[in-house]
Write a protein that binds this ligand. Structure first.
Ligand code: NAD
Length: 324
């Protein structure tokens, strides 16, 4: 039986990934500082540990593991990452986790390791126009990410590649673009745009306003969790050691995205624009390289994925409301 170690297994993507690996027949150890919030972990073993502590990283390690997935990071949506308030924590803690993990790879070697990077590494100057953002893998340099979160991801990509060159470590790196779906953070400050908008729509009564940050003309693409899992597995199984995008190419403005969610809700709602952290003006995945190298391409339309996500968030919102 193949063994997998999933770091960040209590998080959104990590908890789904554990389920996927179990369904594929892996023996899985999940590690996180917290348990998954919305369902019981499917891992054979789940260990609570702070990966900033090198002694704990050594303890939870599986020497000779077939596959390690490193997803643990200080993570959140624009309200967490782009205000500047958490910059030191994001850079320090996530870098420390990656330094500890790679150090352990040299002490107790494993067969292969996957690192979750982000579209936030791409330079701001290629994402100023909402109609024509460039996020091809080779556009990453000269580097100019618009957040410290992006700079840490870029540093860590380079760190994994350096360990690959100097220690012969088999490394796979993916740059995720806005992953969403059921069981993602939807309240509390770390939620990302899709879940946040679903929540605002689910909480509003017909005739009320839904607030969105900015003028709504900023563009993004959003990747459904099941597509992300397929992408992770395809990148892990591929021979590619260089970073690859895992994202959707279905770009949409935040205004149109909000209107799509309002339509799914069946409510009659209005949109009000407010000031708030927004990130770059435009972003879209460029999947040419990843499809060529791995054959992976997303299967879910935004409409399909966000309908499932809206229904899940709406159920969470109803569960929070006191019974009449
Ligand atoms: P998430 O916040 O749900 O999961 C990250 C997990 O890491 C959390 O459960 C958290 O508790 C854990 N963690 C953080 N610090 C830790 C520590 N010191 N010790 C142990 N565990 C710790 O985020 P996610 O959306 O599941 O993202 C997974 C990975 O993918 C992250 O590295 C993130 O940066 C990356 N990523 C995600 C997206 C996205 O759209 N969700 C986009 C780009 C990149």
């Amino acid at each position: 039986m193949k063994t997998a170690l999933v770091l960040g297994a209590g998080g959104f993507i990590g908890s789904h990934l554990v389920r996927r690996l179990k369904s594929e027949g892996f023996w899985v150890r999940g590690v996180d500082r917290k348990y998954p919030e919305f369902s019981r972990s499917a891992a054979d073993e789940f260990v609570l540990a702070d990966l900033k502590n090198p002694a704990l990283v050594q303890k939870i390690w599986i020497p000779g593991a077939d596959e390690v997935y490193q997803l643990a990071a200080e993570m959140g949506g624009a309200g967490f990452l782009f205000t500047g308030e958490h910059d030191a924590e994001v850079m320090h803690d996530s870098a420390l986790i990656n330094l500890n993990v790679l150090d352990q790879c040299t002490r107790q070697p494993v067969k292969k390791i996957f690192y979750a990077s982000s579209a936030c590494i791409y330079p701001k100057y290629n994402q100023d126009n909402p109609e024509t953002p460039d996020c091809s893998e080779d556009s990453a340099y000269p580097a100019d990410p618009d957040s410290e979160y992006g700079w840490e991801k870029l540093f860590s990509e380079r760190l994994y590649q350096a360990y690959s060159r100097n220690f012969g470590l088999h490394v796979r790196i993916a740059r995720f673009h806005n992953v969403y779906g059921p069981e993602g953070a939807w309240i509390g400050g770390r939620e990302k745009a899709p879940a946040a908008i679903c929540r605002k729509v689910a909480q509003a009564e017909s005739g009320e306003f839904v607030e969105i940050w900015g003028d709504g003309k900023q563009t993004r693409s959003f990747l459904y969790i099941d597509d992300c899992l397929d992408g992770i597995r395809a990148v892990m199984d591929s021979a590619s050691g260089t970073p690859l995008n895992i994202g959707s190419e279905e770009m949409i403005s935040i205004g149109d995205f909000t209107r799509m969610i309002i339509e799914i809700s069946g409510k009659n709602l209005l949109i009000r624009h407010t000031n708030g952290p927004q990130g770059v003006r435009g972003r879209n995945s460029d999947n040419r390289l990843v499809t060529r190298q791995t054959g992976w391409t997303p299967r879910f339309s935004l409409k399909n994925g966000i309908t499932q996500t809206y229904n899940w968030v709406a159920a969470q919102v109803s569960a929070l409301q006191p019974a009449p």
